[in-house]
Design a protein around this ligand. Structure first.
Ligand code: HEC
Length: 279
């Protein structure tokens, strides 16, 4: 009787094991669990922010101080002929302007180079209005915040296969993102890859910029609480370069625009919402 029971049990285990092995059930169970664990770590790290910080963050989400910057940018542009004049300058209709803005950085033929949106604004202000505005100036940050907000609700639609020049910029951006530089030999990827998702650096969870849904390209310019000011995406790159002891690349340089192309490509389909709000 005992022997039959034992043989019966062995038989059952073998059949269950075989089915599990064939259907990969155990493996998918394990990977699913891994994902859950990663998610948990990431969520838990949010608590490194103090309660007071989080309350302030919620409050600022409602009343984003960058809205004031946006309004001043709108005024600057209105004085230069408004949306219509800018759209006209870059050869699109006002109706098409939001969709077109959601495709920056772009290769623009009349400049014969790949430009980010602030550079297109800079060219417009200089060529049409003889006004020189530096990319790092508060006036440019305001103009960029407003002009990009024209595309609010649009999905990012950069098409890197459209022009060879844009594709080359993408390749340069990818290289720059992966390149180890500076005293610590770090690359952007050292801190922003899937492998270290959830790790914490100086109380901040490291964001995975290559993850779908993170999409910094759709949420900058943004108000930065820790800097009490409105910053742009390229300015944010510079912050990371400085913090990780890399030589800081100038705004608007080929590498900077290329980095923006690289991260914008990862954000395709993300809805633009400007101004963003960041820690
Ligand atoms: C030493 C680690 C480190 C390196 C190297 C680094 N970063 Fe960061 N980065 C961070 C941290 C930490 C944050 C989040 C800070 C916060 O939440 O305030 C961040 C945030 C960002 C953000 C903002 C994400 C958002 O929320 O919108 C961008 C964009 C970014 N980094 C780009 C880069 C680029 C491009 C490089 C390479 C030039 C780079 N980073 C290199 C640590 C790093």
């Amino acid at each position: 009787m005992k022997l039959i029971a034992i043989i019966f049990l062995i038989l059952i285990f073998t059949v269950v094991g075989f089915i599990g092995y064939k259907t990969n059930y155990f493996e998918s169970f394990l990977t699913q669990n891994k994902k859950e664990i990663k998610k948990k770590i990431y969520i838990n790290t949010q608590f490194f922010m103090t309660d007071a910080d989080r309350a302030l963050y919620a409050e600022l989400r409602e009343n984003n101080p960058a809205d004031m910057i946006l309004v001043s940018g709108e005024e600057y542009l209105a004085n230069a002929g408004g949306d219509f004049a800018f759209a006209n300058f870059i050869n699109v209709s006002t109706k098409n302007l939001p969709h077109y803005i959601a495709g920056f950085p772009r290769y623009i033929k009349k400049f014969n180079m790949v430009v980010s949106l602030d550079q297109a604004i800079q060219a417009f202000m200089y060529i049409k209005h003889k006004e020189k505005i530096k990319l790092e100036s508060p006036k440019m940050f305001a103009l960029l915040t407003y002009v990009k907000s024209i595309a609010n609700g649009e999905k990012i639609n950069i098409n890197i296969k459209k022009d060879v020049e844009l594709y080359e910029a993408y390749t340069l951006g990818k290289k720059t993102f992966h390149q180890k530089r500076g005293g610590r030999g770090l690359s952007c990827l050292s801190c922003h890859s899937k492998d270290i998702l959830g790790s914490v650096l100086r109380t901040q969870p490291l964001p995975d910029l290559s993850a779908k849904g993170v999409a910094p390209a759709a949420s900058w310019p943004a108000y930065r609480m820790t800097k009490s000011s409105t910053r742009t995406l390229q300015r944010r790159f510079q912050g990371c370069m400085k913090n990780s002891l890399m030589t800081v690349i100038p705004l608007g340089s080929a590498e900077m625009v290329a980095l923006e192309v690289y991260l914008t490509k990862k954000a395709i389909g993300a809805e633009i919402y400007i101004p963003g709000i960041k820690r």
